[in-house]
Design a protein around this ligand. Structure first.
Ligand SMILES: [Zn+2]
Length: 371
């Protein structure tokens, strides 16, 4: 047996306080106060399911260290980082657009970004084969000058910069399968040919007017930004088709030295903030495709960082399938307990309009890559 899959979390990730609200809105007006959509629940239940099934014993636990101020400021402006800190030390508030900072969130956000960094170190130094980091707050919407969409510091972007700085990597690939567009990560590397960013997301979801296939990067970075907007209702078949037809050929030419995944489990069929139809098994299959890419090009070096996912019931099972695929170990959860109501949906059938969406991406990207 080779090296294990690593798992990283910290109790404080569940203490980042988004307060009350309903889905993404704060209470007030017609909105009755409830639990905010980005509550700790989904992620805590991932850890709980790992414990309950004892699958956690199959994984190598890695502890996060906080990111330094300097590491965060490689990716964000000093004034933005300072704003998050001030809010965190006073009343809390919005660090940008729908980016809630609770009292004490600053240190937790540093530890979340640091978790991504620690994960890169564990993989690069050969302590583990690959990693699943249960990072919270998430990061992929966070832009240079402001937080957005529940994201404070861009964990994956900060980790990519760390990988480049510490290990001298020249070709890092980031695959973002969160249902929302990874605008923050796109922003970080838009003119940068050393970081290939691929975002699979639901078209016309969030943020508005971002994530079009035509947004291919600029300057030296042209062709190194690959947006794959998929129509609402896309399920396992559409996601796998996009990966196999559009992403694998690009990876074969780019030859990444490390693959980072922004693993949002919100393309699931039960997610309240997306309209896609992925099942838990689909997440496992998607992970297997990415794992194969990593084995082919970079000795299996792969770090998955948790982003979104707002179905507390289903996210744990989706994440478990991701970790099973990463580790090659099957958990005791042999059947998806929530599959019943999904069984009749055409998740495993590729619809022609989904195929067409991928064809369009390939057409745009064929200016830069061979298919
Ligand atoms: Zn998301």
């Amino acid at each position: 047996m080779g090296m294990k899959t690593g798992f990283l979390y910290d109790e404080s990730y569940f203490w980042h306080d988004t307060g009350n609200g309903a889905l993404f809105l704060p209470p007030g007006g017609w909105i009755e106060a409830d639990e905010h959509g980005e509550s700790p629940k989904s992620k805590r239940r991932v850890k709980n399911l790992l414990e309950r099934t004892k699958f956690i014993d199959e994984l190598h636990l890695i502890k996060p260290r906080p990111a330094t101020r300097e590491e965060v400021e490689q990716n964000h402006t000093r004034s933005y980082v300072e704003r998050v800190k001030q809010l965190s030390y006073t009343t809390g508030g919005d660090g940008g657009e729908l980016a809630l900072v609770g009292v004490g969130s600053y240190e937790i956000a540093l530890l979340s970004a640091g978790g991504a960094i620690s994960s890169v170190d564990a993989v690069m130094e050969g302590e583990v084969q690959n990693m699943y980091a249960l990072t919270r707050p998430p990061g992929h919407h966070a832009e240079r000058e402001m937080g957005m969409g529940f994201c404070l510091f861009n964990n994956v972007a900060i980790a990519a910069r760390h990988a480049r700085e510490k290990y001298g990597l020249k070709r890092i690939m980031i695959i973002d399968w969160d249902v929302h567009h990874g605008n923050g990560t796109e922003d970080s590397f838009y003119d940068d040919p050393e970081v290939l960013f691929v975002s699979l997301h639901q078209e016309f979801n969030f943020p508005p007017n971002r994530g079009y296939a035509e947004h291919v990067g600029e300057g030296e970075g042209r062709g190194y930004n690959v947006n794959i907007p998929l129509p609402a209702g896309t399920g396992n078949a559409g996601y796998l088709h996009a990966l196999e037809e559009a992403v694998v050929p690009i990876a074969d030419q780019f030859k990444p030295e490390l693959i980072l995944v922004s693993a949002g489990q919100d393309p699931s069929a039960f997610d309240p903030l997306g309209q896609m139809m992925m099942t838990a098994d689909g997440f496992g299959k998607m992970t297997s495709v990415v794992k194969k890419m990593a084995e082919k090009h970079c000795e299996g070096r792969l770090v998955a960082c948790h982003e979104g996912g707002y179905s507390p019931a289903y996210v744990p099972f989706c994440s478990l399938r991701v970790m099973e695929a990463l580790s090659g170990v099957q958990s005791k959860v042999t059947e998806d307990p929530y599959y019943g109501p999904l069984a009749g949906l055409p998740s495993d059938i590729l619809a022609s309009h989904q195929k067409k969406a991928v064809e369009h991406v390939i057409e745009v990207q064929s200016n830069y890559w061979n298919f």
